[in-house]
Design a protein around this ligand. Structure first.
Ligand SMILES: Nc1nc(=O)n([C@H]2C[C@H](O)[C@@H](COP(=O)(O)O)O2)cc1CO
Ligand SMILES: [Zn+2]
Length: 156
């Protein structure tokens, strides 16, 4: 008889997104993303980090202070990295992301043909960029759902 406690597709793909987030050097917010095609194959993964060639240790990861001294002008978001790393056309695919996408990433998501967003948290709910993000998503006809992430234990 088959095992009963195997993980669902949602837990599997969000688990990959969460694992990717652990690679992030951002001390306050680690985000992971995993893009899955219509055949349930992973076609892109990413986490928030500095662009290629920039040294993680010589840039400040500050949230506050003068704009140029914060992380904001430099960091590539998890969703953007997952799209850039993708191995195929993303039309009709689903993005699993640990944090709801910002408006800039939402533009990339819509433009790349991703049709569904699955996310865990939305800590920026109500902020202008988050409202803009929902506007883009709804206007573009992208489906979305929030899921609760179960604990996964990795055995040897
Ligand atoms: N969906 C997202 N994907 C991301 O990769 N990020 C990244 C950008 C920053 O490195 C960090 C957010 O900064 P803060 O919430 O600590 O100030 O998470 C942020 C969001 C939120 O929209
Ligand atoms: Zn973003």
């Amino acid at each position: 008889m088959k095992r009963k406690d195997y993980i669902s597709w949602d837990t599997y793909f969000m688990g990959v997104a969460k694992l990717s987030a652990l690679r992030s050097k951002d001390p306050s917010t680690q985000v992971g993303a995993c893009i899955v095609n219509e055949e349930k194959r992973i076609v892109g993964i990413g986490y928030n980090g500095l662009p290629k060639g920039l040294d993680d240790s010589s840039f400040a990861w500050e949230k506050e202070g003068s704009f140029l001294e914060t992380k904001y002008p430099y960091v590539v978001h998890a969703e953007a990295n997952a799209i850039l790393n993708s191995t195929q056309n993303l039309k009709g695919s689903t993005i699993y992301v640990t944090l709801f996408p910002c408006n800039e990433c939402m533009k990339l998501i819509a433009q790349s043909g991703i049709k569904e967003i699955v996310y865990v948290s939305n800590k920026d709910e109500g902020k202008d960029f988050n409202v803009a993000s929902f506007k883009i998503m709804e206007a573009a006809g992208i489906k979305y759902r929030q899921i609760k992430m179960e604990e996964i234990t990795l055995n040897e």
